[in-house]
Design a protein around this ligand. Structure first.
Ligand code: BES
Ligand code: MN
Ligand code: ZN
Length: 533
């Protein structure tokens, strides 16, 4: 194992796209609707797919409707429907029902049908959207990943209702991280049966998007003794090379030379030195109109709080405090893999926040990259301190848009819960990013900057201070602090994902325990939208 690879990665299904169900498939996963709805409104996003081929034939029963590709034949479809109804399936979204397929020759269907058929509920056909599909695909994929999986290869026609969403949901749901356990897990390979024109492109977009979120999850799930700034920077540089992305790593010496006072102050309590990594994707045929998107991410590889030490309870979750940086980096790799006509950079600040004899103290005054001074009131408000440097640096590249993300505040969780990111910044980009997040299933909500924080951010001994006296509106105070490093006139958004980036509860839909990958899909969607201008 080289230093520039992760020590452990999660299990995830290997996907392929095929014209038919392959011989080796041991199970066929079919969509199932609750009876009574209109025909699926469907997926304008399906591009080139002809309306006529779009809706597969459906067998309608009392309680459910089973749409299936024509290759099954009406007789087989009816036989399957009867079996599915016989075990009480309702077609509720996310319901997983397994039946034995009719044997060869038992119905009119002659080709070998996999012995097992798994129907996954999509709810009412007229209420179907991409997120319902993603979650259903994720739920069924999750049940198939195991230490000793029952199937090694399966096929599905879920892509009939949105190939990209089905691929994303399936891959993300199949993911399971077992880290350093003796008994790992495996996910069966999956063939998406899709033979229409344009299917390949949808499939690849879904695969790249899902694999990007998987990379974020793997990075976030890796414990902090195995992923610290130097190792993390090496992994990002090696991954960048693989995808044709330019990488520059600033080590502690370079950070000192260039005045990254915030990153250095947060990292100085740790034996692991900090890094700043800059990643850059530039399309080969760059046009004058190619927009520039600068992403910035918080990369605290572990957050103890420093001298303002955190309580012990659930502190282990602070391995996830680098999730923003992972999402920013993975989005640049995705832009390169999708060859998007948009210049995307990521500036990520990597440091470990530790208490020690060399740690930053409350009351210390530091000088950020670019010269703004900051009074450190609370060393546990470290994310904004490293981000300040990274934002100032990224702004030097004169981007059209600057979007930063971080597991920044517990206050985000108080305000919006565990599944909805808080988005702050300049109005237009803030609202756009929040809306995009909701569209692709990474829930997000726009939040304001408060005038009272303009006063609260003032320090008697520095330009600003990193923490206020009052905890009220803590997420918004952090955004106000960050706003001081954004040049006047630059469109920017700050996405606080303290809750949504790490699932401390039970798995649901395509979201496993621990790292979720959020908000990398929002970033990819934004880059795609900018590229398609
Ligand atoms: N990394 C934490 C925020 C966090 C909390 C992320 C819970 C994920 C789950 C951040 O560095 C932090 O400690 N913030 C403090 C700020 C406070 C001291 C002003 C917080 O939110 O308590
Ligand atoms: Mn902290
Ligand atoms: Zn933190």
């Amino acid at each position: 194992m080289s230093d520039s690879a992760l020590p452990a990665t999660g299990a995830v299904a290997a996907p392929r796209q095929g014209k038919k169900v392959p011989k080796k498939a041991e199970a066929l996963v079919l969509p199932l609707f609750r009876a009574g709805g209109e025909a699926p409104a469907d997926a304008e996003a399906d591009g080139d797919r002809e309306e006529a081929e779009k809706a597969p034939v459906a067998a309608a029963g009392e309680t459910v409707e089973l749409p299936a590709p024509e290759f099954l034949g009406a007789e087989t479809l009816e036989a399957l429907l009867a079996r599915i109804e016989a075990v009480g399936a309702t077609g509720e979204a996310g319901e997983v029902t397994r039946v034995a397929a009719p044997a060869e020759g038992e119905t009119g269907y002659d080709a070998a049908l996999p012995a097992a058929v798994i129907a996954v509920g999509l709810g009412a056909a007229d209420e179907l959207d991409d997120e319902v599909l993603r979650r259903a695909a994720g739920t069924v994929a999750r049940t198939l990943t195991a230490a000793e999986p029952e199937f090694s290869a399966v096929a599905t026609t879920l892509g009939d209702f949105g190939l990209r969403a089905a691929v994303e949901g399936w891959l993300l749901g199949s993911y399971r991280y077992t880290g350093f356990k003796a008994a790992g897990a495996k996910a069966p390979g999956v063939t998406f049966v899709a033979d229409w024109k344009g299917a390949k492109k949808e499939f690849v977009a879904g695969q790249v998007t899902a694999e990007s979120a998987v990379l974020v999850r793997d990075l976030v799930n890796t414990p902090a003794n195995r992923l610290y700034p130097a190792v993390y920077a090496d992994i990002l540089a090696a991954t960048a090379e693989e995808y044709g992305v330019k990488a520059e790593v600033l080590d502690a010496k370079a950070l000192r030379k260039q005045g990254f006072g915030g990153v250095l102050a947060v990292g100085q309590g740790s034996a692991r030195e900090p890094r700043v990594v800059e990643l850059r994707w530039k399309p080969k045929k760059k046009k004058k109109s190619t927009p520039k998107l600068a992403l910035v991410g918080k990369g605290i590889t572990f957050d103890t709080g420093g001298i303002s030490l955190k309580p012990a309870k659930t502190m282990e979750n602070m391995i996830s405090d680098m999730g923003g940086s992972a999402a920013a980096a993975a989005a640049v790799f995705a832009a390169a893999r999708l060859n998007l006509d948009v210049e995307v950079t990521a500036t990520v600040a990597l440091a470990e926040n530790m208490p020690s004899g060399s740690a930053t103290r409350p009351g210390d005054v530091i000088t950020h990259y670019g010269g703004i001074t900051s009074e450190i009131i609370n060393t546990d408000a470290e994310g904004r301190v490293v981000l300040a440097d990274a934002i100032a640096r990224a702004a030097e590249g004169e981007p059209d848009y600057l979007v930063e993300t971080s597991t920044l505040t517990g206050a985000q969780i108080v305000a919006l819960g565990n599944r909805t990111a808080g988005v702050m910044g300049t109005e237009e980009l803030r609202d756009r990013v929040a809306a995009l997040g909701r569209e692709i299933g990474e829930n997000a909500w726009a939040m304001p900057l408060l005038e009272e924080h303009e006063e609260a951010v003032v320090s008697p001994v520095a330009d600003i201070r990193n923490s206020p006296n009052s905890r009220d509106g803590g997420m918004l105070y952090a955004a106000m602090y960050l706003s001081r490093f954004v040049p006047e006139g630059l469109e920017w958004a700050h996405v606080d994902v303290a809750g949504p980036s790490y699932n401390t509860g039970a798995p649901h839909g395509y979201t496993p325990k621990r790292a979720t990958g959020t908000p990398v899909r929002t970033f990819i969607a934004l880059a795609e939208e900018l590229a398609a201008r």
